[in-house]
Design a protein around this ligand. Sequence first.
Ligand SMILES: [Zn+2]
Length: 131
Amino acid sequence: MFWRIYWKLVNPYAGVSGSEVMLGPGAKHLPVDELAAMIAHEHGHVLMRHARQRIVWLLTGKWLRPQRWLRMCQEQEFQADRYAVLQGHGVALLRFIRKRSPEYGGPFHPPRHQRLARIHQILSNIQENAP
Ligand SMILES: [Zn+2]
């Protein structure tokens, strides 16, 4: 897997090829742990082939049911967040998301408070299961 970083993009993006993560110009100014958390989130999208899934959903007409389409996209975001947390980036991801506006990512992303709640839940599960 190789990565490309496109500093001119507005938002981070995991490419369809399954080997690309593209980051926006704001990434240059992030603390390094938040940058790592953001990259881990995008890496999760790549590993789980989310962009390809969305293309399949488009080709199979799932976009014709917009509410279902949005729910599936939002579920992918939860999955990518979970991946980043399990890679050890939970605290930095929480801080990164807290700094964003409540509408960050638009309708394809879950509301900020839901993402934060899920990340907290994953972190508390990790702590409960720690030896
Ligand atoms: Zn994402």
